[in-house]
Ligand binder design. Sequence first.
Ligand SMILES: [Zn+2]
Length: 380
Amino acid sequence: MIDVIALLKSLINCQSITPVQAGALDLAQELLSKAGFTVQRLPAGEVDNLWATDNACPRALLAGHIDVVPPGDETAWHSAPFIAEERDGYIYGRGAADMKAGVAAMLCAATRLRQQGINGIAILLTSDEEGPALHGTRHVVEWWQKNNEECIDYAIVGEPTCEEFFGDTIKTGRRGSLTARIIVHGQQTHVAYPHRGDNPNHQLINALETMRQNWPPCLTAEASSAPSTGFQVVSLKSGAGANNITPASATATINFRYAPADDPAQLQQTLESSLTQTTGKNWTCDWEHSAEPFFTATDSVLVHALQEEIDKVTGRRPALSTGGGTSDGRFLRTICRELVEFGPRNETIHAPNERVGIEEVRQLATIYEKTVQGLLLSKN
Ligand SMILES: [Zn+2]
């Protein structure tokens, strides 16, 4: 029987800063092979990925990443970031919460389910979630799509989703991300003779303020549990280098975090027609669509099963959230019918002295095990 805490400590001791796996995937491979899984490595570029199945057609996927962000200022740490240390009921180390606790709990749950003879489990581990995310989960999803026509029924991603208490939050989706770099062109002149030029700053301010005031423009028409689209001005840049000049151009970067119900092309059109209305034709705009949204219905089988198990183990009824940045869930959702994210508390992720509660890691392993057990046994 694997001890989840001993496994977590061994994973933390691997200095797996993106994209280096530093032995973490080797450790997982050894453990899964011993438990009877067929393990494949799917490397791409500098990134290493692991895919394991129990030889049955996968119906439940447990997914995560073993890569971590750098420790940052090491003098701010009370113990070495890559030597797991147990203090006051916590395990300290880089990646403890994001997301080696989730990985350790998933590996533990998978081996226990294997021992019970339950089939239909797949494990995906990548070393490229905290980085560009090009050769990690996305690559494995493309590989899956080339070789399989079927979708996997359920996926759980072990990201740290809980806020104040362990068990308080499940993520049922994430919004998409659409960024625009807008340049409004004007005519440079002396600030004391503004009528000779055309000040692009004023036009840009008007355009952005119009967008902000009128947002959201009634594009989101989904159930109240689904996320709504947000509009934010991310940065502004202008100036000609002196206080007596009005500049020739002004630049703004804006970002939409958009709901699954919204069409990015329509958002693009809304912004561009607003620019034309407020500034005339004197603008250009470059778009970057960096993440697709995904959303699993709150009354789905998976959400219900996970909620029940969290309640049984922790006594808490988790809230369903779609907050936070993007995650690898956006890629996995294309090959999984239902997908949620659930893991430990996220209070110290990416910070010095990252930690995870020992009790919550043990509870997490039980929650993963019982949820998957229930899902796979009930549908047979
Ligand atoms: Zn993470």
